[in-house]
Design a protein around this ligand. Structure first.
Ligand code: AMP
Ligand code: TRP
Length: 334
């Protein structure tokens, strides 16, 4: 049985890029063939300073958003990382099997720590060890992630391999990354050469899943384009990043190919195209935001779901920790 694990940081509202590029794919992975486990990685979020109230609110909102987009907490296991203390326990055990050199090599650490590595928090360096623990705690075999997480997945495989080798056991699987295709890369509405991102200072650069219909329509109307009409062929589109982005978003929301959109809409004025795109975006996103409103209005129901799902996750996690403690020579008294 394939088991899928993925995590997402609760540091911001989910935007259209996260949805079309990552989370919609998670929804589709829920099937008979896989067990799926999805986690709001709030402990990872603590590697940069967080406002405590905001972190808690964002974590609950992210989990509610995941349910609203279609993660079914009966089919999948959906929870917050900090609900299951075994994540940090396994991270410690793994940190005793992980050379510092492996961690200092991580591109994300180097980028985030900058020139003053000694001033960076230990958690930022240790971040990939916690990520390996997230995945291996559940013996996940497949991990859907963005390209930027590939190196962390390789480290996870090295940690799994070094545990297996050191203790001469074939215990942890070496999980495979499922890198999501370039097709799903959504760019900023203000600049077609930059990814739609949580950190862009302009709110007009992205559509949030919590935006209402008027805001979505306004952001699409204001999206940057050039004066030419909608491209009628791929060649013309490829040299026009903003046009390409709007066509990509349209195709992705309509669940069709870019070629089909070009065939249907090529030659139209952008004002006509944008109106159609806004209608489409609203038709896909408004049921999501309505469901999110419903979940937000009933925090007790969300708590009940998280309590039950956290308990399911913990049951698996406890089994792994018992095995690992036993293997590593720790006493296990229950
Ligand atoms: P982040 O918001 O950067 O923490 O990313 C969470 C997930 O969303 C990762 O799997 C990213 O690869 C994906 N993602 C983030 N921004 C975009 C984007 N603009 N287009 C497609 N996928 C994205
Ligand atoms: N590091 C991932 C990110 O920043 C989030 C994450 C944490 C994760 N633990 C994970 C992703 C386990 C996949 C599996 O996007």
């Amino acid at each position: 049985m394939k088991r899928i694990f993925s995590g997402i940081q609760p540091t911001h509202k989910m935007h259209l890029g996260n949805y079309l590029g990552a989370v919609r794919n998670w929804v589709r992975l829920q099937s008979e063939d896989y067990e799926t486990i999805f986690c709001a990685v709030d402990l990872h979020a603590l590697t940069v300073p967080q406002d405590p109230q905001a972190l808690r609110a964002n974590t609950r909102e992210l989990l509610a958003t995941l349910i609203a987009v279609g993660i079914d907490p009966k089919k999948s296991i959906l929870f917050a990382q900090s609900q299951v203390p075994e994540h940090t326990e396994l991270a410690w055990l793994f940190s005793c099997l992980t050379p510092m050199g492996w961690l200092k090599r991580m591109t994300q650490f180097k980028d985030k720590a900058g020139k003053h590595q000694d001033l960076a928090m230990h958690g930022l360096l240790a971040y990939p060890v916690l990520m390996a623990a997230d995945i291996l705690l559940y013996h996940a075999t497949h991990v859907p992630v963005g390209e930027d997480q590939k190196q962390h997945l390789e480290l996870t495989r090295e940690i799994a391999g070094s545990f297996n080798h050191r203790f001469e056991r074939d215990y942890f699987p070496l999980p495979e990354p499922q890198i999501l295709g370039e097709a799903a890369r959504v760019m900023s509405l203000r600049d077609g050469s930059k990814k739609m991102s949580k950190s862009d200072s302009s709110d007009y650069s992205r559509i949030s899943l919590t935006d209402d219909a008027d805001t979505i329509a306004l952001k699409i109307r204001k999206a940057r384009t050039d004066p030419d009409p909608v491209p009628s062929d791929r060649e013309n589109m490829d040299s026009r990043p903003e046009a390409r982005n709007l066509l990509t978003i349209y195709a992705s929301l309509a669940d069709t190919t870019i070629d089909a959109v070009i065939a249907e809409r090529g030659g139209e004025s952008f004002s006509t195209f944008k109106a159609a795109l806004a209608d489409l975006a609203v038709s896909v996103l408004s049921p999501i935001s309505q469901e999110l409103d419903r979940l937000t209005a009933d925090p007790a129901q969300l708590d009940a779901i998280l309590r039950e799902n956290g308990a399911r996750a913990r049951e698996i996690a406890r089994g792994t920790i018992a095995d690992v403690k036993d293997t590593m020579g720790l006493i296990n008294i229950d």
